[in-house]
Design a protein around this ligand. Structure first.
Ligand code: DGL
Length: 275
């Protein structure tokens, strides 16, 4: 048993899409979440910048005594999961890409046309493609960056015409020209537009890594005897800039459990000190 919280982080509110799945599958687990809303988006930044930001945040989570870190960000997972594991060898670090890639490799039929959408950094790193081909070389993999999705989602522009047009702009040719049967949402912000994608492309199977990562967390905690039991820790959500949308998302996640969370503002200065 280990009642310490699990640390989650993302460039912004996208990683929050993992939390309802966690609460459903592992209701005893508590959370410290950090959304780097002041510096989002990460997906078009240099890899060194993403690495430095991620080290700062992981350092903060380790100092906050989390029992595990979940990189609820594909861009960070694609950039520096190995470096994070090297720097913090004492703590299990779960990236979001590998569990979803394994599941796709195991469940998609031979010859399937699988599309991956994500940030520029995730797609340029071929993170899903490489990970899937470790398990299965008989799928046709296609990749496409969709860089305007994250800024629109951070602004709360989701269920409307602007988002639908943006989806069509990036995805019409990608889905139709490659005759895709499956698409992986390779960015944790994208589950927030999953309904739009499913409506616009009704024949497409949509894979959501934010749900799949929770099974990996479950297995790791179970195998290492680290599941929480009756923890009295209060879930904590930090943002480097407390945007209205971040607050709305948290309200939405906890709508029936008003008391069970605290939201805090926490910033890093350029030297990496916590203010
Ligand atoms: N949610 C991130 C991801 O999964 C973020 C993207 C960004 O900040 O550009 O890749």
């Amino acid at each position: 048993m280990d009642n310490r919280p699990i640390g989650f982080f993302d460039s912004g509110l996208g990683g929050l899409t993992c939390i309802p799945y966690l609460m459903k599958e592992l209701p005893e687990e508590k959370i410290i979440y950090f959304g780097d809303t002041a510096r989002t988006p990460y997906g078009s930044k240099a890899t060194n910048t993403i690495r430095n930001f991620s080290m700062e945040i992981a350092d903060f989570l380790v100092k906050s005594d989390v029992k595990m870190i979940v990189i609820a960000c594909n861009t960070v997972s694609a950039t520096c999961v190995d470096e994070l594991r090297e720097r913090f060898p004492e703590i299990p670090i779960v990236g979001i890409i590998e569990p979803a890639a394994k599941k796709v490799a195991e469940t998609c039929q031979t010859g399937s046309n699988v599309g991956i959408i994500g940030t520029k950094v995730t797609i340029a790193a071929h993170a899903y493609k490489d990970s899937i081909s470790k398990y299965n070389n008989f799928l046709n993999i296609f990749e496409s960056p969709c860089p305007a999705f994250v800024p629109l989602i951070e602004e709360g522009i989701t269920e409307n015409e602007i988002m639908d047009l943006t989806i069509k702009y990036y995805m019409d040719g990608f889905v139709n020209d490659n005759e895709l049967d499956t698409v992986i949402l390779g960015c944790t912000h994208y589950p927030l537009i999953k309904k739009n994608i499913a409506r616009i492309y009704p024949g497409l199977t949509v894979i959501d890594p934010s749900s799949i990562v929770v099974s990996r967390i479950h297995h790791l905690l179970e195998d290492n005897d680290m599941l929480a039991v009756d923890s009295d820790f209060t879930n904590l959500f930090y943002a480097s800039d407390l945007s209205e949308n971040f607050l709305n998302m948290i309200e939405h996640i906890f709508e029936e459990e008003e008391e069970d969370k605290k939201v805090k503002f926490l910033n890093f200065d350029l030297e990496g000190e916590v203010k």
